[in-house]
Design a protein around this ligand. Structure first.
Ligand SMILES: Cc1ncc(COP(=O)(O)O)c(C=O)c1O
Length: 448
């Protein structure tokens, strides 16, 4: 059953308001306005309880990379549920899907001899990674080298540590985060933060010299790692200027600071390569993965460590007699089986080549939106993009998001009402890209 009767829709909505708590929602307004209830998906489209169809141009939360009706993933999950619905990978136990997934990831990842720890969410992955690296530096006797620098406007999740890594004020308000030891430096958003007359190269030099000043004033012996999304996603779809990552990595290497790549959005094809690290020439010491790892069909995420980092953890655990960390669903077989099948589908159907091909019309239709006076700027790479609006009076990004929904397109709002983001399922066709932008142009025309 897809559509719900009007009576059922209102009964569901009032029950939602009474019992279900929603994240990233004004809870009081939600009590008054109620939810939108999605009941079905097909390809890049989702349908609400009244039967209205939307292009899911955000792929849910940047994650449903293979759309909403991939039979092969359903079949992989059902088969694994029948064979072994649950087991774990703690205390030296293992399961075949987790082994095969780790093996496949190790072959794909741009780090030598990677070892992978499987968990359930991107937030946990970032949280655990920091914890693993505290253990790492303790093992190396660097007991003061524990602080992490991340970037303003970066988003890294919702646990206490992941939200401390996050550099978005809205995620800190009222929550007693960030914790001490989590520092934030510039977001490399040239068009937003450059000084008058400053070139891209000068901007990069300035923000990196501010970072160096932060490292020196804190003491390099206290800074463990720098964590960043190759493309800042939820905080604005920020694509750094040329030269930024090269100079940043050289700076971090000078002070023996590990580069950690949060690839939870950029991983698995979003930027036109398997990983954002490949698109931007980043050589990380560790990576976090999630979302499109399973095309979002199962909750699964991963922490991948470069071989030499893992080696240190391994030797230390021998001294302690155990690596004192684990969670019930680590390596959960259904999640791993679905992730493995996702990666196989990506290869079998040449999803990367597809993304590279369709990103050409995607990015050119995106650029064309700048002709609209309401649009201040667009940014994009691969199949991830932002549209910043010129906010005047009631015309802001929230309004554009609402008008786009009326035209049958779901977008993601960016913080501060500045713009909206697009990250459609990677399987989107050229015809569907044209449909998406035709609808956005209609929404923009109505916003004038
Ligand atoms: C870049 C990035 N890192 C981490 C996370 C957190 O992942 P999760 O919501 O699965 O905990 C997100 C979620 O949007 C993200 O965009």
């Amino acid at each position: 059953m897809v559509e719900r009767s009007e009576g059922m829709q209102s009964e569901l909505a009032s029950s939602d308001v009474r019992h279900l708590m929603h994240g990233y929602t004004n809870l009081a307004r939600h009590q008054r306005a109620g939810p939108r209830i999605i009941t079905r998906g097909e390809g890049i489209y989702v349908f609400d309880a009244s039967g209205r169809r939307y292009i899911e141009a955000a792929a849910g939360m940047w994650c449903a990379s293979l759309g909403f009706s991939e039979e092969e993933l359903i079949e992989a999950a059902v088969r694994q549920f029948r064979e072994l619905p649950y087991y774990h990978t703690l205390t030296s136990q293992s399961v075949e899907p987790a082994i095969r997934l780790a093996e496949k990831l190790a072959r794909m990842l741009p780090m030598p001899d990677s070892h992978v720890y499987l968990t359930l969410s991107g937030s946990e992955a970032n949280d655990f990674l920091v914890k693993f690296l505290w253990y790492y530096n303790n093992a190396l006797g660097r007991t003061r080298k524990k602080k992490v620098i991340s970037r303003l406007n970066g988003y890294h999740g919702a646990t206490v540590v992941a939200s401390s890594l996050t550099g978005i004020a809205r995620n800190h308000e009222g929550f007693d985060v960030p914790l001490p030891g989590f520092l934030h430096t510039w977001d490399p958003h040239y068009s937003r933060y450059h000084l008058r007359g400053e070139s891209e190269a000068e901007f990069v030099a300035r923000i990196l010299s501010d970072l160096e000043r932060m490292i020196l004033s804190e003491g390099p012996e206290t800074i463990m790692a720098f964590l960043a999304e190759p493309v800042t996603a939820g905080g604005g779809v920020v694509i750094p200027p040329a030269g930024y990552y090269e100079q940043l990595q050289a700076l971090l290497a000078r002070y023996d600071i590990l580069f950690l790549a949060d690839e939870i959005v950029t991983g698995f094809g979003r930027t036109g390569n398997m990983f954002g690290c490949e698109t931007f020439g980043i050589a990380p010491a560790a990576m976090t993965l999630g979302k499109a790892l399973s095309a979002a069909y199962q909750p699964i995420a991963a922490i991948a460590l470069r071989g030499d980092v893992h080696e240190v953890l391994s030797a230390a655990s021998d001294r302690y007699s155990s690596f004192g960390h684990g969670n019930t669903h680590s390596g959960s077989p259904v999640g791993a089986a679905v992730a493995l099948r996702t990666l196989e589908i990506m290869e079998k159907r040449s999803i990367l080549e597809h993304v590279r091909r369709v990103s050409v019309p995607f990015l050119s239709r995106l650029k064309r939106l700048e002709q609209n006076p309401l649009v201040a700027e667009t940014r994009g790479v691969g199949l991830i993009a932002a549209i910043d609006v010129r906010a005047e009076g009631a015309r802001d990004a929230g309004m554009l998001k609402g008008l786009a929904e009326e035209e049958g397109v779901i977008l993601r709002a960016l913080p501060g009402g500045r713009g909206v983001a697009l990250s459609p399922p990677l399987i989107i066709s050229e015809a569907e890209i044209n449909e998406l932008f035709d609808r956005l142009e209609l929404a923009l025309a109505r916003a004038r």
